[in-house]
Unconditional design. Structure first.
Length: 162
């Protein structure tokens, strides 16, 4: 079982990355539409900051760290808008956050606070069934294809349990 898990965790993490890319694209397109007078570079940074914030990742490199510090209110405001304005991403986002925490837990890290924070922000569909790995990967493949995101070959094949 350990060999299966050692292959499964990286595949699941790739799936989470695909969901993050989809979220980034949708947020970026939404922000560009709603803020046409903003520089595209700022829209890109804001979109990345939103995705990082939701997934509990912190980019400490400049100029990104400074951008996050200077734009904290804007980041929080746009995250608040996601459940209404980008409702179609909340289901896959819920799955990706749960898979992230599951993978982290398997690696000995407790990141369950990410789920609580997402729930507090109405980004977590608590009633949504927790996805089994195969179902999550199928969802990732479908969404990746629909959003023109190329999937690495490893993600298209789940390891066998044998």
């Amino acid at each position: 079982m350990a060999a299966f898990e050692s292959k499964l965790i990286p595949i699941l993490r790739q799936g989470v990355t695909v969901i993050q890319m989809i979220l980034y694209k949708k947020v970026r397109d939404h922000l560009a539409h709603n803020h046409p007078n903003r520089y595209p570079e700022n829209i890109n940074k804001l979109s990345a900051a939103i995705v990082n914030d939701i997934f509990g990742a912190e980019n400490i490199e400049e100029p990104f760290a400074g951008f996050v510090k200077d734009n904290r209110e804007w980041i929080d405001e746009e995250i608040e808008n996601i459940p209404e304005e980008l409702a179609d991403v909340v289901g896959p986002l819920t799955d990706a956050l749960r898979i992230t925490v599951l993978c982290d837990n398997q690696e000995g890290r407790d990141t369950s606070a990410i789920l609580q924070r997402a729930n507090d922000r109405r980004l977590l569909l608590v009633s949504r069934e927790i996805p089994l790995p195969a179902r999550f990967i199928t969802l990732v493949r479908e969404l990746g294809s629909m959003n023109n995101i190329l999937l690495p070959p490893e993600i298209s094949q789940m390891p066998s349990e044998n």
